[in-house]
Design a protein around this ligand. Structure first.
Ligand SMILES: C[S@@+](CC[C@H](N)C(=O)[O-])C[C@H]1O[C@@H](n2cnc3c(N)ncnc32)[C@H](O)[C@@H]1O
Length: 165
């Protein structure tokens, strides 16, 4: 999965407030910050990775937190994304409810994730009004299929693009 395609899907621009969930050591967040010139926030629950991110990329506004408890006010972000981390979330419903809460109405949520069968990355872009309901597919298993994300999107009132390969 090319980073160019991810950047196209995210389309970061200056003046936006963007959140990376499960940012690891912050490499993707650093690229997004460079591309946008805007404010980039990142959450990472693993202490070592979080500390590495803080050390290496101090300009990223990083927090030691997981997707299930985002330490931000409602409607705080223009865009939220997660790369290769969705399958690690311990409670997907809770995490998506948190994304919906911190995202501004009409904001975008971009997911870069591994497809369970192919092992290849796929990109999904959710945009438009979150209705407050959440994606239930994938509960009990770590990896979800692209089609299940797309099929479930109707219950959110979300517009979905992807997978784009
Ligand atoms: C494969 S790494 C991807 C890191 C980074 N996003 C990237 O693309 O390079 C997955 C990350 O998800 C994080 N993670 C695990 N559980 C999480 C959770 N509940 N919420 C948010 N991130 C989580 C891990 O600590 C790890 O840093």
């Amino acid at each position: 999965m090319s980073s160019e395609l991810f950047m196209q899907m995210l389309a970061p621009t200056g003046g936006e407030r963007i959140l990376d969930i499960g940012a690891g050591k912050g490499k993707v967040a650093a690229q997004v910050m460079k591309a946008s010139g805007g404010e980039v926030y990142a959450v990472e629950p693993n202490v070592k990775r979080f500390e590495s991110m803080k050390r290496e990329f101090p300009a990223i506004k990083s927090s030691l937190a997981g997707a299930e408890g985002l330490p931000f006010a409602d409607s705080y972000f223009d865009k939220v994304y997660t790369t290769m981390a969705l399958h690690h979330f311990s409670d997907l419903d809770k995490a998506l409810r948190e994304v919906a809460r911190v995202l501004k109405p009409g904001g975008s949520f971009v997911v870069l994730e591994v497809e369970p069968d192919s092992g290849l990355g796929s990109l999904f872009k959710f945009s438009g009004g979150w209705s407050g309901s959440t994606w239930g597919c994938g509960q009990g298993s770590s990896f979800g299929h692209g089609w299940s994300l797309s099929a479930a999107s109707g219950s959110f009132g979300l517009k979905v693009r992807g997978p784009a390969t």
